[in-house]
Design a protein around this ligand. Sequence first.
Ligand code: UT7
Length: 333
Amino acid sequence: MSKMYTSKIIGMGFHVPDQIINNNDLAELMETSDEWIQSRSGIKERRWATEDITTFDLALKASSNAISKAGIDHDEIDMIILGTLSSDYFFPGVSAQLQDKLGLKTVGAFDIKAACSAFIYSLSIADQFIKTGMAQTILVVGAETQTKLIDKTTKGRDIAVLFGDGAGAAIVQRSNDNSQILSTHLHCEGKDMRNLWMEAPGTSSGSWFKGQVFDSERFTPKMNGREVFRNAVKRFPEVINEALRYNDLSIDDIKLIIPHQANYRISEAVAKKMGVDMNIVYSNIHKYGNTTAASIPIALTEASEEGLIERGENIILAAFGAGYTWASAAIRW
Ligand code: UT7
C-alpha cells in the first residue's frame, strides 16, 4: 500500500461584513426584544451583508486572510472546497468564483451543501485528499450571506434573530510534524429534513422560469426550533464522544471544544451532558449569531488568535445543522 500522509491547518482567516445589527435594531423590524433574544440564544448582535456584498465577497476576503496567515503562495493551493447554502448563483458554486479571483491554477474546486456542518464536511474531504497524497495544500472555506434569504418580519422572527453573515477559511496542508487532523466523523439523517429547510428555489418547485412559483413563503428558511434544539443537544455529545473514542482520548485531553455557534443554550446543554465546564466550550455567538457554514472557521480563527490553543494541544470541532447533518473533527493543533 502506498504511503499515507497526515494533514494539518497551517493558517486561518475570517471576514465579516461591517454592518452590525443589534437586538434593538431587530426590535424595530419585528416583534421581539433584546431580553428575549439574549435569554433564548445568547446573541447580542450579528453582521448583515448589505445588498452589494455577496457570499463570494466575504469568502474572498476570508481566504486572502488565511493565505497570508499561512504564508503560502497562491500557486501552492491545489484544491478549493467551500461550504455554503447561500451561494451567489444557483450554479456554478462560489468555489469557481474563488478560483478565478484568487488567480489560481485550474485546480479542482467545488461547493459542499451540508448547512452548518459544511465546514467540517469540507475539512474532512480535504484531509482525505491530503492523506492519500492526491493533494498537498487545500483551501477550505465556509461562507454565508444567509440573512438575504430570511423573512425579517415578525412571521420569520424565530429564524431572523438567530442568523448572521460571515466567512472563515483554513489552509490545510500535508503535515511534516506532530500537528494533524486526527479524525473526522460525518453523519446525516434526512428523515426530519423539513424541520430545518428552505423549500425553494429547487427543481421540486417545477419550472420557475414560467413565473408561477414565486410565492415568498417557500423561498425563505423554515425551522421547527424546539425539534432542532432537541436533536442538536443529542447529536453534539454523541459525535464528540465518537471522536474521543476513536482517538483513545478522554475529555480531559481536550483543550477546547469549538462547537458550531447555533445557540448559547445548546452549547451549555452540551457542556452539561459532557460534564465539562463552559470555559472549555468556545463561544462567540454573542457577536455574530449563527453564521451557518462560516461559524466554525470564524470561531477557530478567533480562538487561535486569542491564544486559547497552542500547537500540540487537542481540540474538537463539532457541528449540527440542516439535513440533519452533524460532524466532528479531532485535531492535534
Ligand atoms: O444551526 C442549527 C440551526 N438552528 C438551531 O440550532 C436553533 C435551535 N432552536 C433554538 O435555538 C430555539 O428553539 C429558538 C431560539 C429558535 C427558540 O427558543 P425556544 O425557547 O425553543 O422558544 P419557542 O420556539 O418555544 O418559542 C417560545 C415563544 C413562542 O411564543 P408562545 O407560543 O409561547 O406565545 C414564540 O412565538 O417565543 C416566541 N418567539 C419569539 N418571541 C420574541 C419566537 N421567536 C421569537 C422572537 N422574539 N424572535
